[in-house]
Each structure stands twice: as C-alpha cells, then as structure tokens.
Write a protein that binds this ligand. Structure first.
Ligand SMILES: [Zn+2]
Length: 441
C-alpha cells in the first residue's frame, strides 16, 4: 500500500534532470490519477507525478506544472495524454457526489476505481476483497462512478459515488479534487490501494460484488442455458476482419451512410446468433438460448430469449447477472462486456479478433485453474461461423462427464481408489458413470 497520511509517499525523481532530491508538497486527486505535487530541489521544476496505483503502478506519468511538458517515458499515450489534456482543460463543473458512510473510522485505505473505461473500473473494484479480508483494523473507502454503486461489496466503511458518465471521468474537476482534500482531513492514517488493473481472480469471490452466486457446477448437465452477449459497437462478423470493417465504416461515414452500415452489421450479427441457436438445438433441442447486452436496434426472431436493453440500470444489471449465473456457457465477442458474465457462468466461448490478441484473457475472470481452465475457457477466431462455435459449445456439454471423470483433480486422488470399503462404492459409481458416458456418445 502507499502511504498518504501522516506521511506522503515521496519516492519521485525529477522527470527533467533525473535528480531524486525532490519534495512532495501535496497529494492531489485528478480523478483516474492520484498525483503528487512535487518540486525538484535540483533544477527547480515544479511537476505532478503519478502515485503508483492502478496502471500507474507500471507506467507512471509526470508533467511540468508550468513548462507545458508531458514526461511519458513508457510511451503510454492512451494513459498519459488524457491526463495531460485534463490538466490543460481543468474544469469546475458542478458535480454531485453521493458520500455513503457505513462505519466511522480514523484509519482508512482508499481504493480509487475512477476510470473512463468500464472494464478498468470493474477490475479495480475487485481489489476491495483483498483489503476487506486482511486489514480489518482499517476502513475501506471506495471512490467509484455512481453507476457502479450496485457492485459495492458489504463491509466497506465508505463509498464516494461520483455522478459522472465514463467519458466525463477523463476530466480533472476541481470540485472532486476539493472534495477529496476536505474528506481526507477526517482521517488520521491513510493508505492508498495498489488497485491492480488485473487483480488475481483466485482471491476474489464474485458474488460479493455481483450479488449472485457463481454457476453451480453440480447442475452442469441440467436445464441447459446458453447465453450470447451482444454489443453493437463491436460485432461478430464471419466475413472480413474487424480492422477491415473499421475501414469500411470510415469510408461509408464520408458518404453519411455510416448508420446504415452499422445497422447492416448488427443485422448480420443477429442472423449469425440465430443460426448458432439453430445448430445447438439440432443436438440439444431443449436448451434455452438467451441473448443479453446493450443495444437492440434490430429485432431477433422468436428462437432466442431476447434480454437485450437499450440502457442499463441496477435492476437490469442484476437480471443479467441472474441469467449469467444460470448459464452453463456464455458466448460473446472479446471485451469488458465479458468480465462479469465469465465470472458467474460455467464456461465461456470468446470470439477473439486478431487485433485483440494482445488483450487475450484480460476480459475473462477465470474460476478454475490448470486443465479445468483450458476446458471451460475457449477462444475462437473472429471468422468462426455459427456451426463451428456450436460444435465447440456442444463438446463442452457432451464431453464434460468424460473430462470430469478422467481429468478432474477430485477423481485423481489415490485415496478414493484404495482398497477400502469406500473404494468399492466409488469404483462402481465411476464404472456406471463411464458406461453412461460411452452410451451417450
Ligand atoms: Zn530537476
């Protein structure tokens, strides 16, 4: 953790002359970034520098207060440019901050989840459990955009819910900065969470956030639900890469028919999803095939249970979570829209476009390890057609028993096969199971 009070974290080098003879005058809340307001005793540069939290743990950014210079030594423009721009165009727009105090405490850890990307907010929030479990003498204060309030876990001391949409979270708003300064005066001891951008899923109980239990694997072969997560800004297309389609969209945009092009892509995606449902039902006629996600510009036929919405609120998010937690398999295109579904469902099939290879697994919240993880988390390329994806999904259902019997850790314990009374029952059970699996094939 990073100390903020009574002592500041002070390990900053001057970005201009490299001197470590620097002084921290103050800690400032920009929004996504929490910054040290520094002075270089060597060359006199006044600068702001990132405290090592979130993405800044790996790629901290500095900029001069008066020389109009950004020091981005890790070359992370997506992270550094919005910060610098927010400094140049700092605003004092009125802002509504809903301060919820659940318990009063003088010693706190602050977890800053502010971000302009949905997945980043979510993943930073999942760091909360680590502190709740280990630092019971400290209160946990979560700073987060208001729309994420429904995900707050029990046990935190405070939540500062900032009423900004994600785009606005890029901004540096002096009212939020002042709120942070004033509120932190109440505490005698403050640490800042590291807020890992990709916290280790093995230490996180998703139901504490999503308020729904993970899919119960005892029911894996009963009442099969397969859920497709759609998004209209990134569509599943079997012809042409996403990159090609972006270019086409840009070209069409010039002729002012971009909306028609977008609608045509969504229409094609809907047809692919309907075909997928059809292929699955050829083998498993009784499955329930759900579609969830944001945007419903084009209707589906009655072959799918359409749960899409044009806007989300807490109730819709919770309804979707209840569907994910009942779904043996969730299918969707790569993106932060897969984080919560993958954490709650049995297994996933992700359509991974080539231009996202570098982001593989970042949006998947794995529940299992080793071989089980390979069985339940499948990636297919962006050109995969409905028949091929259906084949993968069907295998994940039909071949599960065989996989579980032969390869799951619980069936590979020597003790259950030892020559004891227990052995006989277990062996017979397994033999029967195996016969049933072979007959099913
Ligand atoms: Zn200097």
């Amino acid at each position: 953790m990073i100390s903020l009070k009574p002592d500041f974290y002070i390990k900053f080098n001057c970005p201009e002359c490299g001197s470590n003879d620097t002084k921290v005058n103050d800690i400032v809340f920009q929004g996504i970034h929490i910054l040290a307001d520094c002075l270089c005793e060597g060359c006199g540069l006044e600068f702001y520098s990132d405290l090592p939290t979130g993405q800044a743990l790996y790629t901290p950014v500095s900029f001069g207060k008066n020389n109009n210079k950004l020091y981005d030594k890790y070359n992370v423009g997506w992270f550094s440019n919005p910060l610098f721009e927010s400094y140049i165009s700092k605003n004092d727009d009125p802002i509504n901050i809903d301060k919820k105090v659940f318990k009063t405490t003088k010693k706190v850890i602050i977890l800053n989840c502010m971000d302009y990307l949905y997945g980043h907010v979510l993943l930073k929030l999942f760091n909360a459990e680590y502190y709740l479990d280990r630092y019971k003498d400290y209160g946990l204060v979560i700073i987060i955009p208001k729309n994420f309030g429904w995900l707050l876990p029990d046990g935190i001391s405070e939540a500062w819910l900032i009423d900004q949409n994600l785009k606005e979270c890029k901004n540096w708003n002096s009212n939020i900065e002042n709120f942070f300064k004033k509120e932190t005066e109440r505490f005698s001891e403050i640490y800042l969470s590291l807020a890992f951008s990709h916290p280790d899923p093995s230490g996180i109980s998703i139901h504490k956030f999503a308020k729904h239990k993970e899919f119960n694997m005892d029911n894996y072969l009963d009442d099969i639900n397969i859920t497709f997560i759609t998004r209209e800004d990134r569509t599943w297309e079997t012809d042409g890469s996403l990159e090609d389609n972006k270019l086409i969209s840009k070209f069409f945009g010039k002729f002012n028919i971009r909306i028609d092009a977008r609608k045509s892509k969504i229409k094609k995606q809907n047809k692919l999803i309907e075909k997928l449902a059809m292929h699955l039902r050829k083998t498993l006629p009784d499955i329930k095939f759900n579609v969830a996600g944001l945007g419903k510009s084009i209707k589906f036929s009655s072959c799918v249970n359409d749960l899409r919405e044009t806007a989300v609120d807490d109730d819709i998010e919770k309804t979707w979570c209840s569907i994910y937690s009942k779904s043996q398999i969730v299918i969707g295109i790569h993106g932060s829209n897969m984080i919560i579904p993958s954490a709650l469902c049995g297994g996933i099939i992700e359509i991974l476009p080539e231009n996202r290879y570098g982001n593989i697994v970042q949006d998947i919240f794995t529940r299992y390890e080793r071989r089980k993880s390979l069985f339940f988390y499948r990636f297919v390329d962006e050109h995969s057609n409905p028949k091929r994806i259906a084949a993968v999904a069907l295998s994940m259902i039909k071949d599960y028993k065989s996989f579980d019997l032969n390869m799951s850790s619980k069936n590979l314990k020597h003790s259950i096969y030892n020559d004891t009374g227990f052995w006989k029952n277990e062996r017979e059970k397994n033999d029967l199971e195996l016969k049933r699996i072979l007959n099913d094939r």
